[in-house]
Ligand binder design. Structure first.
Ligand code: 4NP
Length: 144
């Protein structure tokens, strides 16, 4: 049974903390965390506009702080969920020998033709990203 899940994006200030908060709201008993493959925002709270968009949907991301994905995460989580194919490839490049943890795309968990959560840091479409994140969160929790 999947208990500890890590959500991974690039900066860990938009998509993956929102995914963590969305899944936590649906399944508070799960051990959840998020991380970024990049190191630009270490220790920072989630991006202000993303927090504001999430807050309008009742999701509080304010306590989260950005950290970088590390190979050790393969041993700490039962499932690692990437926000896009680039994140997934980056994670897989860091897979330790013998680590069996599954790495999946978040969009695998909902009925969508999308294969990525579009990055709202660049698109500025925070609500569009959250729409998809919340659908994938529901799909994930339903499949656990
Ligand atoms: P995220 O968005 O991966 O959804 O957190 C980004 C945030 C910041 C940067 C890239 C993506 N950045 O390059 O600073």
């Amino acid at each position: 049974m999947t208990r500890a899940i890590l959500f991974v994006c690039l900066g860990n200030i938009c998509r993956s903390p929102a995914a963590e908060a969305a899944v936590r709201a649906l399944a508070p008993h799960l051990a959840l965390d998020s991380a970024g493959t990049g190191a630009w925002h270490l220790g920072e709270p989630p991006y202000g506009p993303m927090q504001a968009a999430a807050r309008r949907r009742g999701l509080d991301m304010s306590a989260l702080r950005a950290r970088q994905f590390q190979p050790d995460d393969f041993w700490k989580f039962d499932l690692i969920i990437a926000m896009d194919a680039e994140n997934l490839a980056n994670i897989e490049r860091q897979r330790p020998e013998n680590a069996q943890t599954e790495v999946r795309l978040f969009t695998d968990f909902c009925n969508t033709s999308e294969t990525a959560i579009p990055d709202p840091y660049y698109s500025r479409d925070f609500d569009g990203a959250l729409d998809l994140i919340m659908r994938c969160a529901r799909g994930l929790v339903d499949q656990l």
